[in-house]
Design a protein around this ligand. Structure first.
Ligand code: IFM
Length: 715
């Protein structure tokens, strides 16, 4: 086993070489595997819902009673544990002599080796498994049991239908059974009657007595045999997950598939993905490792072969944030796909086109025109965000928040993502297929937000929550106003190709010309919103020291940050890095230096934006720690995982995407100028060079950076 490991390129291996029960939740995230259709948390085979095991399905949601709607977890076909001489050996209860968990993130293969010491001798379990990226309905697992003493052994393996849910249970009816040698569990959701079927087929290489023991939700095989010392007993399991709302069919019947063929074709697919997506950094192994690990996660959750699906804020790591899609996708993740898998970027945008009707319904609900996209978007554009989205830790009561009502910037983020895609792919055709209508509806939405005071010539937007969520219901958030202008201008620019109704055109010209765009003050700083400079100017640490409970919410009506200049995440800094051509380097640098010490970076979306702006202002040494923070978000222990009794952890794909943006657009200085890619590197001192590939307008390019010189060549 160890020899096999050695031949795998070590720089793509994530290892934990001892057992630490405290890491259960974190390991579930960092050892995650996925193929876009589902994600499998990095839990161990004997784990159940207690240890937050989940096979999280993409794009399937359910509401149970009055709880929040959330994505659905499938029954778990990996469930397996052992008994030796009648005693259960399973983590976390039976402490091991040795335990190692690994993720080979070049190939998305999870493995574990565990030794238990008994009074008679040692037991070893080795298990390897993967979510096939070549056949996205399939999972394969190879479970090897061995002992160094003769014993009576039993391997219990099956489909655990007692799934972990935050707001479940979602399966109101469950059916279990066996057909043609395969076992299955089908769960039926309560709200929409969506069926999720998990089947498994098992192959053993030894003689054993097999019996089935089922519950009303689960089906388990008990495989009993007399084990001989030093012999390996191998179980191969091939599973298949299908649902009643699938976009694509299965390929191959599970009884005809086998582990070695599946792993071989799975690796071929991953090799193809890495061929375009791997990034080499000369001189900084840790940065290279962390960045490619981030890229691994983006590849695990990409909705390949799927129609109109997007990526939730916590990827496919579970039901946190209701499994919903946020602005994170178009602002932080899509860039990576645009340049490595444009068809995936298009699928993400198709999701927004397909959910336009949901956005129009939401706009109407608030008495607004056009399309107001959901803050937490589920299928059909359904708004998953509740009015009371945070729990007050002091009263344990739900707290009124305004994420749902006032984060107007979400619609503009979608238009921004669309234009990044069109500019880099040249795919104007998407505009004929619903995207132009989407952009126009977003423009109408922003137009309907404009207000003008009686004696003013300028339009303002009032009562807003900007990206910095701590300051709610502010007026003229600079970011939101600038984004609204961007949407007006986008429609006007596109109107050359896609004729607009004259009245609408005039309205949008007027909106673009007269919307208030905040200018830098005499010190060069742009005020985040009206009255921001009048707020108490204290450090993040001072604000932190005022917390009574470490878990209390910093924002909202009486949060510790609300009446101070301390902000949660990049806001002005995000605007400057998105519209860098509007500002001088001096202004960008002044604002970077003003806002950074006032930013808590309480969101994993924050650091990458600061990193990018630091690169744009030729400050790679300031950018570097922010980049590393983003690239290592899921590798670093101690992120926010629990809010009281509510689990809020998971993977952070926006941070992973942000790390890619900082590396490629920031340090490597890849930019689009006059319809061409240019490379103006800004490498940190310790980086000697970088090389990677990119797709631009349908062609592949290789980028080579040596010291300060970058070369882009078409492949
Ligand atoms: O979209 C973000 C938001 O900006 C900050 N809170 C978490 C959300 C999901 O990542």
């Amino acid at each position: 086993y160890y020899n096999v490991r050695e031949v795998i390129m070590m720089e793509f291996i994530l290892t934990e070489s001892e057992f630490n029960e405290d890491n259960t939740a974190w390991n579930g995230n960092r050892f995650l595997m996925g193929n876009g259709y589902f994600g499998i948390r990095g839990t161990l085979e004997e784990y159940t819902k207690k240890q937050m095991c989940a096979v999280n399905m993409a794009g399937i949601y359910d509401k149970m009673g009055n709880s929040w709607r959330e994505s659905v977890n499938a029954p778990n076909p990996l469930y397996t544990y052992i008994k030796v001489n009648g005693k259960i050996y399973a983590l976390p209860d039976e402490k091991p002599k040795f335990h190692q968990q690994e993720l080979d993130f070049r190939y998305g293969i999870h493995s574990r080796v565990t030794h238990w010491q008994t009074e008679h001798g040692n037991i070893t379990v080795v298990c390897e498994r993967f979510a096939s990226i070549a056949r996205q309905h399939n999972i394969a697992m190879k479970y090897t049991f061995s002992v160094d003493f003769d014993c009576e052994a039993e391997i219990i393996t099956g489909i655990d239908g007692d799934v972990w849910d935050i707001n479940g249970p979602h399966f109101v009816k469950m059916k279990i059974g066996s057909k043609d040698g395969a076992d299955y569990v089908t769960g039926m959701t309560g709200e929409k009657n969506i069926s999720v079927t998990v089947k498994e087929y098992i192959r053993t290489d030894f003689q054993a007595e097999q019996t089935n023991q089922n519950t009303d939700k689960s089906i388990f095989r008990h495989i009993k045999f007399s084990a001989k010392a030093e012999k390996e007993y191998i179980i191969e399991k091939i599973a298949e997950i299908t649902t009643s709302v699938d976009d694509f069919g299965t390929s191959g019947s599970i009884d005809e598939l086998n582990y070695s063929d599946l792993v071989a074709e799975h690796k071929v697919e991953w090799d193809k993905i890495w061929d375009i997506s791997e990034i080499h950094i000369d001189g900084d192994d840790e940065a290279e490792y962390s960045l490619n690990y981030s890229i691994y996660h983006l590849n695990c959750i990409a909705p390949r072969n799927m129609k109109g699906k997007s990526i939730p804020a916590r990827g496919l790591s579970g039901q946190v944030y209701k499994g919903a899609v946020f602005w994170d996708t178009e602002m932080f993740m899509i860039d990576y796909y645009i340049h490595t898998a444009p068809e995936v970027a298009k699928t993400l945008l198709q999701y927004r086109i397909d959910t336009l009707s949901g956005a129009k319904i939401k706009a109407k609900e608030y008495g607004l025109d056009g399309a107001y996209y959901a803050w937490e978007s589920q299928e059909g554009g359904y708004e998953g965000c509740s009015d009371y989205n945070v729990t007050d830790v002091f009263t344990n009561r739900p707290m009124r928040t305004y994420f749902r009502d006032k984060q107007y910037h979400v619609s503009a983020a979608i238009v921004y993502g669309l234009m990044k895609y069109i500019n880099a792919s040249g795919d104007y055709d998407i505009l004929n297929n619903g995207a132009m209508e989407m952009v126009i509806e977003c423009a109408k939405f922003y137009r309907s937000l404009l207000i003008r005071k009686a004696d003013s010539s300028l339009y303002e937007i009032h009562d807003v929550v900007g990206p910095d969520e701590y300051h709610e219901r502010v007026n003229n958030n600079a970011y939101t106003n600038r984004m609204a202008k961007f949407v007006f201008d986008t429609v006007l620019e596109l109107s050359d190709k896609y004729p607009l109704d004259n009245k609408l055109k005039e309205m949008l010209q007027d909106s673009s010309k007269n919307i208030l765009i905040k200018k830098p003050n005499e010190n060069g700083v742009i005020e985040q919103f009206d009255g921001y400079f009048k707020l108490e100017d204290v450090s993040v640490e001072t604000v932190r020291s005022r917390l009574i409970n470490p878990k209390e919410y910093w924002g909202g009506a009486y949060g510790v940050a609300s009446n101070t200049q301390v902000i949660k995440q990049a806001d002005i800094v995000a605007m400057l890095s998105m519209f860098k051509n509007d500002y001088t380097k001096d202004i960008m640098e002044t604002n970077l230096k003003y806002y950074e010490p006032r930013t808590e970076h309480g969101s994993s979306l924050s650091a990458c934006m600061y990193s990018l702006l630091a690169c744009y202002t030729n400050n790679p040494e300031i950018a570097y720690p922010m980049f590393m923070k983003s690239a290592k978000t899921d590798l670093t222990k101690g992120g926010k995982e629990w809010l009281g009794l509510i689990y809020i952890g998971g993977t952070h794909p926006a941070s992973a995407g942000g790390a890619w943006i900082a590396a490629v657009k920031g340090f490597a200085g890849i930019n689009e100028e006059h319809g061409q890619l240019v490379c103006r590197p800004n490498l940190p001192e310790k980086w000697n060079g970088m090389n990677f590939k990119l797709i631009y307008k349908g062609k592949w390019y290789s980028v080579e950076i040596k010291d300060d010189k970058g070369t882009i060549s078409m492949i």
